[in-house]
Write a protein that binds this ligand. Sequence first.
Ligand SMILES: N[C@@H](CCC(=O)N[C@@H](CS)C(=O)NCC(=O)O)C(=O)O
Length: 223
Amino acid sequence: MKIIIGTRTLSSWSLRGWLAAKQSGLPFATECREMDTPEWQGGEAKKDLPSGKVPLLIDGTTPIWDSMAIILWLSDKGGHDRYWPREWPARALAYAMTAEMHSGFPALRSACPMNLQSAFPDFEASDAVKADVARIDALWTDARERFGSITDLPWLFGPFSAADIMFAPVVYRIHHYHLAVSPTARAYVDAMLGHPWMQEWNHDAHQETLRYDLYPVPGGVPA
Ligand SMILES: N[C@@H](CCC(=O)N[C@@H](CS)C(=O)NCC(=O)O)C(=O)O
């Protein structure tokens, strides 16, 4: 298997796809397509991507694009239990919140683009961003209180799961944009920041050289 990702510093969807590949336990190669290049911006570097977007998983000769489809494919191949809680009530919440993250929270996503090399200590969240963060906080708190905290693991449902994968870039957004969250959500953010795969991704992101300010947000300082 090979996963094609975008610039690690910037590509939140790539982070999800890559974490999903890690979670499979299956061997895979990673190919990074830098997004702040004339080849990407001009379309040349996207020609072989079915949706024109990253991430793209290629399993043998089969392409699977879109982070959600990659999670579904890999949970079929690598084992459903690796991605989803076994108990029905937990599974229902995990499916719903993973799907809600995949399709929602446009205010947070557009106002706070993931940028692992920048922090925004003076960022002022709009009411729409605050509402998105409050909803995410409520989802995390519900998962942690009902399911995660009855284990000794810090993830949403106990064992690391697809829900953690789908929310991983939000963890970076909350951290880098200094967004206010509840103590339960902050503890989850801190646990995720310390996850070895998040640290590996973040380390590799910091090796990247950015040429253009693709998603400019004022007030950034080096992170
Ligand atoms: N729904 C897709 C979204 C993928 C996406 O939007 N990827 C961005 C990078 S994070 C992309 O490739 N955008 C195309 C571009 O930059 O031209 C998924 O879940 O994978």
